[in-house]
Design a protein around this ligand. Structure first.
Ligand code: G
Ligand code: G
Ligand code: MN
Length: 399
């Protein structure tokens, strides 16, 4: 099967062939390469293969190979091998991680057959579960990807000096209702969409799904904003803003109702392309939100060049607030900095009333999380909205 291929790169033929043979014994269809150029050409031709790479090679070292794989947006499992000490292997793993490359294992050489077999068998077990490109394309044709909707609320004080909230919109989170696999999480299929180079097709599909929901809401008088999540490759697609706007213009949906969420990692990967695409999205009337803030490596100071209107504090920070004084200081500082830069601030992952109170005390604008509601299928989301009977349309405040 296609996804059971593995490409082994090692400058020493004895070792490389040995590793490839063990991979074959473990169920892979393996190919051995002694030279990085041929190896990278093979990946370009077949990006669904897993890879095992040596770090120390004369022509091009393993770090450079990882850099090239990252530039190719390679997303399949990587095994890193080296005869160097463990620290070098760990450092290479870290390097891969910050370049968004999935390292499934690191292997010290020389490795015994049994050791290698275990690693390959584990890899084989996890890799054969992954869908192929054809399966993803077919799933789009069958409209098996569906948006579930999680409410976003405005945090307000109530008459008794307590805290309350008013619904103002939803975030759309994709689910794959696969006829063969059951419900598949976006954590599985979103990285594959990039690996399989289906980003443009998927972004169009996602956007059209959002427009159908917004058109329904227009008919039933639900004045909610709808946020969608885009990935790093979308932000580097210079045609995106025009394409989304054209799709929107065909429907009569006001682009200001659409919020596009982008993570800080995606926004900072190729800052120049991001600046181009994000500015044009704003010019076309869409809203922009900086997602998962606080988990990446960039600072708000770097990010404030980009035309965001909203900042979402990552749920890992929000959920630590009750337990950690340190985290409370950070969250409060992010809210203040966001406000000083003119951004609406959203806390993600609000799971209890105590956290909501803290956030209200710090003047956090919006909240999202299980405390209000989980992601809901569209019909239930509409019922939730009507039941919470929002007064006015606070999505307008974002503009
Ligand atoms: O519900 P949750 O498990 O839904 O989502 C997991 C992750 O997948 C989150 O980080 C979320 O932002 C991301 N995600 C969900 N739907 C989409 C989508 O349609 N596109 C992209 N790029 N990411 C999504
Ligand atoms: O990365 P992004 O912020 O787009 O992802 C939203 C993710 O957070 C989804 O997976 C969603 O299901 C999840 N989520 C939403 N609210 C909560 C919450 O209150 N607690 C936890 N643990 N996860 C949440
Ligand atoms: Mn999001």
């Amino acid at each position: 099967m296609a996804e059971h291929k593995i490409f082994v790169l090692d400058d020493e033929p004895d070792i490389g062939n040995y590793v490839a043979q063990v991979a074959t014994l473990s169920g892979f269809e393996s190919s051995y390469f002694s030279e990085p150029g041929a190896f990278l050409a093979a990946i370009e031709a077949f990006p669904e293969a897993c890879v095992a790479i040596d770090l120390q090679m004369p022509a091009m070292d393993g770090i450079e190979v990882l850099r090239r794989l990252s530039a190719l947006r390679f997303r399949r499992p990587i095994l890193i091998m080296s005869g160097m000490d463990r620290k070098v292997l760990e450092a290479a793993r870290h390097f891969a991680r910050i370049n968004e490359l999935p390292v499934s294992d690191i292997i010290s050489k020389p490795a015994r057959v049994e050791e290698l077999r275990q690693v390959f068998q584990k890899l084989h077990g996890s890799s054969h579960l992954l869908p192929t490109r054809a399966e993803l394309v077919e799933a789009m044709q069958r409209r098996e990807f569906v948006l579930h909707l999680q409410p976003k609320v405005r945090i307000v004080g109530d008459a008794g000096g307590g805290v309350s909230y008013i619904p103002c919109g939803f975030e759309g989170l994709m689910r794959w209702q696969s006829s063969n696999r059951g419900l598949v999480s976006p954590d599985i299929f979103i990285p594959l969409v990039s690996t399989m180079r289906l980003n443009a097709e998927f972004a169009d599909y996602l956007f059209d799904s959002a427009l159908v929901i917004l058109e329904n809401w227009q008919r039933s008088g639900v004045a909610a904003s709808l946020a969608i999540n885009l990935s790093a490759p979308d932000v580097e697609d210079l045609g995106l803003a025009d394409r989304l706007w054209q799709r929107c213009a065909g429907t009569g949906v006001d682009p200001a109702r659409v919020i596009i969420e982008i993570t800080e990692t995606a926004a900072m990967r190729y800052p120049e392309q991001a600046l181009d695409v994000l500015t044009r999205l704003r010019l076309r009337g869409f809203q922009l939100s900086l997602d998962d803030f606080g988990t990446g490596y960039s600072s708000l100071v770097q990010l404030q060049r980009l035309p965001f209107v909203e900042l979402k504090i990552d749920r890992s920070l929000v959920s630590d607030c009750l337990g950690s004084e340190h985290t409370r200081i950070i969250v409060k500082a992010i809210i203040d900095l966001g406000h000083n830069l003119g951004l609406t601030v959203v806390a993600e992952g609000v799971e209890d009333e105590a956290t909501l109170r803290l956030l209200h005390g710090w003047s956090c604008d919006l909240g999202q999380g299980y405390f209000f509601a989980r992601p809901l299928p569209p019909d239930q989301a509409e019922a939730w909205w009507l039941q919470h009977n929002p007064v006015g349309d606070c999505s307008g405040r974002l503009a």
